[in-house]
Design a binder for this molecule. Structure first.
Ligand SMILES: [Zn+2]
Length: 288
């Protein structure tokens, strides 16, 4: 009922908002998550003004759009979505805008999808493989070139440079992980499947059996048994999820809890490259 009310009010808010003059001619881009926002900035440079929809620290699987965010999205020319069900709220945006106002691109399209029990539409965490990230950045490049053909060459050049940065990052991570003694981990939520596929890590178990639900005592005992049997050293936890259960499993099995962050806090100094480096450094504490 509450939602129906603000949707009803929305057209009036939208008109009020469109009447405000935009101070510069930069292309406004709304990106669903911080890594995609960074790809837009890397390719768009000074030509774009980018904001992130899912705020720092929020879990994208449970995040809800509010009317203020819908208003901000209404000011954008381009909406960049990851896809694979990560933006389950995207229909709400589509209901409110005609395709003429807002270009929408889904940047996981074309990337081979991994399936798991936690994600009904396939695992959406594709960006954690830097080579998939490179494909996502390329999709953004195409969209910017179409939307702003006058500056197409600038986008092309910046994108080519960034492709090299991402491929170098892939080589750097491959080299680091090649030297690790342990490759098995347990995670709270299966965020690292594409990363693991790329760098040959092995996900032994997932603590969260269904999104938003903690395991039963029986399921937790099963995971502890598995962790002991397979001598798992690392439990990948995330700030967005409850730490207590991961700590309990770690205490019982002798593994170590590593707090990872698949999204990072968008803001000054944020970059996807440093996000991945920080996560790899965390993993290395237990796996190297
Ligand atoms: Zn997920």
């Amino acid at each position: 009922m509450k939602k129906a009310k603000w949707l009803f009010l929305f057209p009036a808010l939208l008109i009020a908002c469109r009447q405000q003059e935009v101070a510069d001619d930069r292309l406004i881009i709304a990106a669903s998550i911080a890594p995609l926002a960074d790809f837009c900035r890397q390719v768009g440079g000074e030509r774009v003004s980018v904001f992130t929809i899912v705020p720092s620290g929020a879990n994208p699987h449970t995040f809800e759009l509010d009317p203020q965010l819908l208003i901000r999205i209404s000011e954008a020319r381009l909406l960049v979505l990851n896809g694979l069900g990560l933006e389950y709220w995207a229909d709400k945006v589509a209901d409110n805008f005609s395709s003429r106002d807002l270009q929408v691109i889904t940047v996981s399209q074309g990337i081979p999808v991994l399936q798991d029990e936690d994600h009904a539409e396939g695992n959406p965490h594709v960006w954690l493989n830097p080579l998939h990230a490179a494909r996502q950045a390329e999709k953004i490049t195409g969209a910017l070139m179409r939307l702003d053909p006058l500056h197409a060459q600038t986008y092309r050049d910046r994108s080519d440079q960034y492709q090299k940065v991402l491929h170098d990052l892939d080589v750097e991570i491959s080299r680091e992980i090649a030297g690790w003694q342990n490759r098995r981990f347990i995670c709270f939520h299966p965020s690292w499947n594409y990363f693991s596929e790329r760098y040959h890590l092995e996900q032994a178990a997932v603590i969260e059996k269904r999104p938003g639900f903690e395991p039963s005592p029986g399921e937790a005992a099963e995971i502890i048994g598995l962790a002991k049997r397979l001598q798992v050293r690392a439990i990948f936890a995330e700030q967005q999820f409850p730490l207590k259960i991961a700590e309990m499993i770690a205490a019982e099995s002798g593994a170590r809890v590593l707090v990872l962050d698949p999204l990072g806090s968008d803001g000054e100094g944020y970059s996807y490259v440093s996000l991945l480096r920080t996560n790899v450094a965390q993993m290395a504490i237990a796996l190297r």
